[in-house]
Design a protein around this ligand. Structure first.
Ligand code: SF4
Ligand code: SF4
Length: 129
């Protein structure tokens, strides 16, 4: 009888850990993404020239700043072209804005990631040394 209770506690803790980061970032609604990749099909109209917009959503889902930056997330200008294509009605510009704000916070980016992203032109001028 105690095993199911323990399993419930573990499942609850796992769920809390999974939700903790996106909730803290304000990106928890990314959990509603159905991974349909319809947003990727708008890449030809993306001013940031971002080919895998769904990867930025997945990064917002877990609060993964490295994944977000390496998929050109800091080059997004939040034009809303991709949001219009989302069948889940996710506000992608808001999600991406929250991730950008987190990335711009002091010391948010690992120094190695920061150097690599700077070298690849993935960071805006505000990140220059
Ligand atoms: S909101 Fe960002 S990712 Fe979406 S199309 Fe515009 S620039 Fe590209
Ligand atoms: S269009 Fe919407 S539901 Fe589909 S992958 Fe992109 S964010 Fe997710």
């Amino acid at each position: 009888m105690q095993l199911p209770a323990a399993a419930t506690l573990v499942a609850g803790a796992t769920l809390a850990a999974r939700l903790g980061t996106p909730l803290g970032l304000g990106t928890a609604d990314a959990l509603a993404c159905a991974s349909c990749r319809a947003c990727d099909a708008t890449g030809d109209r993306c001013p940031g020239e971002i080919p895998r917009i769904s990867e930025m959503v997945a990064a917002a889902h877990t609060g993964d700043l490295a994944r977000f930056v390496l998929h050109r997330g800091l080059l997004c200008v939040r034009c809303e072209n991709c949001s219009a294509a989302c069948p889940a009605n996710l506000d992608l510009t808001r999600l991406f804005g929250a991730m950008q704000a987190r990335a711009r916070a002091a010391d948010a980016l690992d120094p190695g990631l920061r150097r690599a992203a700077l070298a690849q032109g993935l960071l805006g001028p505000e990140f220059s040394p």
